[in-house]
Every structure is written in C-alpha cells, then in structure tokens.
Ligand binder design. Structure first.
Ligand code: SF4
Ligand code: SF4
Length: 134
C-alpha cells in the first residue's frame, strides 16, 4: 500500500476552481465588438475566459467567452479590453444578458444553467467547442 501523505498532488484530478462567493457583478462580453485579441485572457486571475470559434470564419477569426460560473467579477478584463467590449453586469442580470442575442453570437457553454433558459432559436447557433470539455 502506498503512503498517500508523500504522494504528489495530482492537479489533474483536483477541482481548483475557487469556491464562489456571489460577486456583485459578472463580466459579460458583447461579442459583436470582440476582435479575439485575447488581451482579456491574460488578465483574468481565474482563467475563466475561453477562445471560441467566430461565426464567419470559425478557424481563423475567434472570439472569447466567459464562464460566468467561475468569474469573480474582478473587472480586470473589462478594464483592459482594448475594444471596450466587456461590460460588468449586476450578478442577477448577468446570466440573462449573456444569453441575449444582442451580446452573445455563439456560446459553448450549452450545459450551463443560464443556457437552458435561452430562447430555442439560439440552440442552432451552437457549435462544438474546440477545447476539452470540463
Ligand atoms: S480583450 Fe476584448 S476584444 Fe480582446 S478578446 Fe477580450 S473581449 Fe475580445
Ligand atoms: S471580471 Fe475578472 S474574473 Fe471575471 S472574466 Fe473578467 S478578469 Fe476574469
């Protein structure tokens, strides 16, 4: 039997996502203004911004998407987005805003609770994510 106290921590098997205290606001991207520059990704302290395929040239022009379940509302992405296309929205309104077709061109978080409340026509917009499922 192995001595588990000396075994290295297997980070792959540990959920490192922070326990969530309800933030006052969450970041919601207006994807119509997103250039896919990835600046916001560099600043996010909890790595909850993902690159997703864009609508017209999915392989070439990318957008980003924020996992609202992980966002802590720190505002850094909104502050540093060169195109000012990330809005900080009150927590209770953010999920609805993120499902608003005026904000979100596509989403990859189809298993998320807020997505289940999205209008049925939005289902057709979804495409397979390019990153591994979490
Ligand atoms: S910084 Fe702004 S424009 Fe650049 S990828 Fe993020 S949301 Fe899009
Ligand atoms: S507000 Fe902070 S935690 Fe939320 S997506 Fe932006 S940088 Fe990440």
């Amino acid at each position: 039997m192995s001595d588990q106290s000396t075994m290295p921590l297997d980070h792959e098997s540990v959920d490192l996502r922070p326990m969530k205290k309800k933030p006052r606001e969450l970041a919601v991207i207006n994807q119509y203004g997103c250039t896919g520059c990835e600046v916001c990704i560099e600043f996010c302290p909890v790595d909850c911004i993902y690159i997703v395929p864009g609508p017209e040239e999915p392989q070439r022009k990318k957008l980003v998407e924020i996992d609202l379940d992980i966002c802590i509302g720190c505002k850094l992405c909104s502050k540093y987005c060169p195109w000012e296309t990330i809005d900080m929205i009150k927590y209770d309104e953010a999920y609805k805003k993120a499902a608003d077709p005026d904000y979100t061109i596509r989403t990859v978080f189809d298993e998320k609770i807020w997505m289940k409340d999205a209008p049925a026509e939005r289902v057709d917009w979804r495409i397979e994510p390019e990153y591994p499922a979490r």
